[in-house]
Design a binder for this molecule. Structure first.
Ligand code: 4G1
Length: 380
């Protein structure tokens, strides 16, 4: 990839091009960046490159002559690459555009200064204007550096095999999961357990979940175009449900804490013993607990009739309210969500099972309001 930058301030770019990954790419000849000083081409006897704007107004405008002569002297007749003016009027740069640019063999980048460039120069030599964002800059040099950096890392060989550009934020279409490095505990802050001891599959699943959750939170519009699997969609549905549930808990003034699904995965054995009568346990385990995935166990066990003897309807609701355990678990098996709720009396949810942490006091299943009965088992 050959890049030519036309600028009044070539020294602004040089340090960036001699350090780190860009520096290595340039030294290795994977990319070449020519910095062309527009001032070298001025025909003005005071070496001026700008002048007052016709029609008046503040500031100066870069003259056409030095720019056009600089392009003529440095771009061969048959130049086939893209000629870009960095400008706040341009298309906003994104990874899709970067990928497009990376396919070119050559790029010419023009940096403006002051109030910009005489339109006739742009009309004569520029294929496209690109902007790096909506803010005011003193010049286009940072824009050119952004383009060079983003394009260079897509040039084969620029990133080591360690850091392939493949599985990153904008390629997955999602925001990146959190990263950690040693030590495992730093000033009391711990690295998530799964990264220390988890299997490769568990770690990949955790990272995917983190990416999806973060994207839903901060850049939900990215989810419309990101390639998603069915499992991703299921997880997102769960996270959206979590937000609904949490909004209702907030509205009810209930204190709560969302618990790791890993915890939910661990409960079934205990719940099995707590709720399923001895004679049903074997069958319930067989039919409701598959592998290490137990989410939904209680709900399944309940609907399949392994957990008999419930009080129903208002009686159950009242029994639960009266028993109001100090700390309750709110378990939404169909959504794979588990909360610890302080105070015990939550608002009405969709289907849920509630148990206190001792697992023996309360077991409530509520339907969506108006959709069937409540069930509860109160054993003190
Ligand atoms: C009007 C921003 C002017 C700026 C409105 C992003 C900004 C080059 C970029 C400006 C520049 C807004 C960019 C402004 C840029 C010529 C010299 C234009 C500097 C110049 C929002 C000054 N991406 N800005 N004008 O910044 O070059 O690439």
């Amino acid at each position: 990839m050959k890049i030519k930058v036309f600028t009044l301030f070539p020294e602004m770019l040089r340090p960036m091009l001699s350090e780190s990954i860009l520096g290595r790419a340039v030294s290795a000849g994977l990319i070449s960046v020519d910095l062309i000083d527009i001032r070298d081409y001025t025909l003005d006897r005071h070496r001026r490159t700008d002048d007052y704007p016709f029609g008046g107004g503040a500031g100066m405008v870069m003259s056409a002559q030095p720019i056009l002569d600089a392009f003529a002297a440095n771009l061969p007749e048959g130049f086939r690459g893209r000629r870009v003016y960095l400008s706040p009027r341009g298309r906003r740069l994104d990874q899709r555009i970067v990928e497009e640019l990376a396919k070119e063999d050559e790029l010419a980048l023009l940096c403006g200064h002051y109030e910009g460039v005489d339109q006739r120069a742009l009309d004569a030599v520029i294929d496209e204007e690109l902007s790096i964002g909506d803010y005011v800059l003193t010049g286009g040099e940072l824009g050119a550096l952004v383009v060079i950096d983003a394009v260079a890392r897509l040039v084969p060989g620029v990133l080591g095999s360690e850091e392939s550009p493949e599985d990153e934020s904008f390629t997955t279409g999602l925001l990146e999961y959190p990263q950690y490095t040693r030590p495992a505990e730093f000033r009391g802050a711990k690295v998530p357990d799964v990264l220390l001891g988890g299997s490769h599959a568990d770690i990949a699943a955790w990272r995917r979940e983190q990416s999806l959750a973060l994207t839903l939170e901060r850049r939900p519009e990215l989810l419309e175009t990101a390639p998603l699997t069915d499992a991703d969609r299921a997880l997102l549905a769960r996270l959206k449900r979590a937000r609904e549930v949490e909004a209702r808990l907030d509205a009810a003034g209930a204190g709560y804490e969302r618990l790791e699904m890993r915890l939910a995965d661990r409960w079934p054995k205990e719940w099995l013993n707590a709720f399923v009568p001895e004679e049903n346990r074997k069958a319930a385990r067989k039919q409701c607990v598959s592998g290490r995935r137990h989410v939904g166990f209680l709900w399944q066990a309940f609907t399949m009739g392994f957990i008999p003897q419930y009080e129903q309807g208002d009686a159950a609701r009242n029994a639960w309210r009266e028993s109001a355990p100090e700390k309750a678990l709110l378990y939404l098996p169909e959504d794979g969500l588990l909360y610890r709720i302080a105070g015990g009396t939550g608002p009405d949810f969709g289907a849920f099972i509630l148990a206190d942490e001792g697992l023996t006091r309360t077991f409530v299943r509520a339907s969506r309001p108006g959709e069937g009965p409540w069930f509860a088992k109160i054993s003190k």
